[in-house]
Ligand binder design. Sequence first.
Ligand code: LLP
Length: 418
Amino acid sequence: MDHFHYRDGVLHAEDVALTRIADEVGTPVYVYSAATFRRHARVFREAFAGLPDVHLAYAIKANPNLAVLRLLASEGYGADVVSGGEMARALAAGVPAAGVVFSGVGKTPGELAAGLDAGIGQFNLELEEEGEVLADLAHSRGVRAPAVLRVNPDVDAGTHAKISTGKRENKFGVAISEAPAMFARLAARPGLDLRGVAIHIGSQLADLAPLEAAYRRIGELVAELRRAGHRITRVDLGGGLGVPYRHDDILPPPAALGEMVARVTKGWDVQLQFEPGRVIAGNAGVLLTRVVWVKPGVAHPYVIVDAAMNDLARPALYDAYHEFIAVEPGGERMTANIAGPVCESGDTFAMGREMNRVARGDLAVFRTAGAYGATMASTYNSRALVPEVLVDGDRYAVVADRILPETIMAAERVPDWL
Ligand code: LLP
């Protein structure tokens, strides 16, 4: 459920008309709903209410805006980060260091050191050598690094190949068959406080069965590690729960995930951790855009909007579907292709889409753009970096400025020999 709805024929985010935001901030612009973020954060938390010890670390890659992070921190969420930049954001937004989980397959020694110096709560190790380097860095500081070992359970998540992470051939985690011996070697290092294991098998999962299979494998691994004498106190079950992109999509709700987790992890006696991203942020944001032209096409007209693949990359990257609805729809419908101004045919959001009739100058939104939207934006074609707005009830704030080409150019240098 989200808080984008029509009132008097105009699409609103909570109590603010999107026409007003377009007039005052311009387009394209991402618009987020604080109430929707809060609702998703609470629904996800309540799904695990029956479990004794749960840590929720919002995967900030989904939407790392500082205002969003502050809001989620105030809902008691920690942060799952995958770079020094994300760690800095989480800390700047007020996420307690102890609630920060550092994931990522390419953490540099510099980033590991920064995490130690910040006193973050957990490093999710992706390979043995990383554990050795972290152990040495910690030892030289006279501390022990809290860590878990990320395991690749070799489960097909049944999602798009580019966002599947739990198959043996993917770059993530260590092979589950090698995990016990590796765990023993790493646990023996004085600089490491190795507390458990982690998995994350992919994103936009529409079915709980692959997750359940992966969790069961992890449960067996935990039992095996304990039989070998290790003390296991944490299991990080990752993120991945999908969201509806089409209004008639049926996805397992967080409560169904919670019920499955309670059943599968019964008796594990660990702190369970989750790294939800999309399920918190996806439907909490839209990309507001204006129709520049309606151009005749072969089978259907092209609706050319002022948002492009540099603002919302998901359709170009993953053939992702985002609903497109008019801000002030009349009753009429049309079938059209929707494209942006960027000079590639890949800058097409939809072909042959049945939609509200729109004309030049009209406003429309791409829905479900709160996750992996603004954060994946670029300035390709020397377009501005898209701004972000957060609505909360009847007020709104610009929470990220539109970064103009002039600002980008100011960071470039032409050497004096040219
Ligand atoms: N934890 C780890 C270790 C991850 O790699 C990810 C996502 C998450 C948690 C959060 O997953 P979520 O709950 O959001 O599914 N750009 C792509 C999605 C990439 C996801 C990468 N990892 C997209 O737009 O679909």
